[in-house]
Design a protein around this ligand. Structure first.
Ligand code: GLV
Ligand code: GLV
Length: 321
């Protein structure tokens, strides 16, 4: 008997094409609320979900036929992993295929902040460009500076690798120190968190959102950064406290910040919207044609593997709680 799959959101057609040959697929094109997911999930054996879908305990418990939740994202903080585990529902994500695109968006933010690209762009469009001036929109050099990475996983390493083009010194911090061979390969040095704050010219957040990383960056941390420092978050918004970041930027505790993610996404702290030294993107980390279509195929293949009683290609790690 054909099994049932729900694609919860609009995404590249490759996912539907891959799955519809073998399964009954419902392709929902607009985001569903938790209540809508609860009321619809029952017939489905697998969900292809996106990072804005609240796959809560309620949803998972209503999904009495569910065997797989395949998240179309590398992050999976939208899914209650303990509940999934209790109900033997396999959770998968889409790592690797989006590493380079996401590192590129971190660098788009780094360059935009350092060279004040959006400010310049706005000035030109507003008709305020009155000719070259020796002191117009002076930014910061990147060459030889210190790049600090918080969360040295696949994406953090790809951000670090790009820093070599600017001859940057790379420091990193995370819960576990990498093996020395890994550190050498990435020409990166492990430092305590306090040192990362004080020594980084650019501080890039590339960690997953966990209870431990939530609100890791608050006023206390921003005050310890260099006044010329640039804070970048292309991982998950709640890793910083947004009101504190807005204060740090308006009081010039740091030079600027580049964000692709927000604490209360899609809402953005109103103070941030008014600040010239904040560069703000609408969660575009993996948003390229190539990457999104590879994510769609990987997410679909994970579902097919689980529903065919095979191990998925990219399972998320089991929680220990
Ligand atoms: C994007 O934020 C992702 O987790 O894939
Ligand atoms: C800048 O345009 C220069 O020529 O220095």
């Amino acid at each position: 008997m054909k099994k049932w799959v729900l694609i919860t959101n609009d995404l590249p057609e490759a996912a539907f094409k891959t799955l519809s040959a073998k399964y009954h697929v419902t392709w929902n094109k607009k985001p569903l609320s938790e209540a809508q997911l609860v009321s619809r999930v029952k017939p489905y054996h697998a969900l292809l979900s996106t990072l804005s879908d609240p796959i809560s305990r309620k949803v998972l418990e209503a999904g009495i036929n569910l065997r797989c939740v395949s998240n179309y994202a590398v992050g999976y903080n939208n899914i209650d992993l303990s509940a999934a585990q209790e109900h033997s529902i396999q959770v998968t994500n889409t790592p690797d295929v989006l590493t380079e695109a996401t590192a590129d968006i971190a660098w788009a933010l780094i360059l935009s902040c350092a060279r004040r690209v959006p400010e310049g762009e706005k000035m030109v469009r507003a008709g305020r460009f009155k000719g070259w001036h020796p002191l117009l929109l002076l930014g910061q050099d990147l060459r030889g500076k210190t790049l600090g990475i918080y969360g040295f996983g696949r994406i953090g390493k790809a951000v670090a690798r790009r820093g070599r083009g600017w001859n940057m010194k790379v420091l990193y911090h995370q819960r576990h120190r990498e093996r020395p061979s890994e550190e050498r390969a990435h020409r990166a040095q492990y430092v305590p968190f306090e040192r990362l704050l004080r020594a980084s010219d650019i501080l890039s957040v590339n960690c997953p959102l966990t209870p431990e990383t939530r609100h890791r960056f608050t006023s206390r941390e921003f005050k310890k950064m260099k006044r010329t420092g640039i804070f970048i978050n292309s991982a998950r918004g709640p890793v910083h406290r947004e009101a504190d970041l807005a204060r740090a930027l308006s009081k010039k505790w740091i030079f600027s910040a580049g964000l692709d993610v927000y604490e209360h996404e899609p809402q953005i702290h109103p103070k941030l919207l008014r600040l010239k030294n904040a560069v703000l993107l609408p969660h575009l980390g993996s948003a390229t044609v190539e990457t999104r279509s590879q994510m769609a195929i990987l997410a679909a293949r994970n579902i097919d593997r689980v529903l065919s009683d095979k191990p998925p290609l990219t399972p998320v790690p089991k929680t220990t709680k």
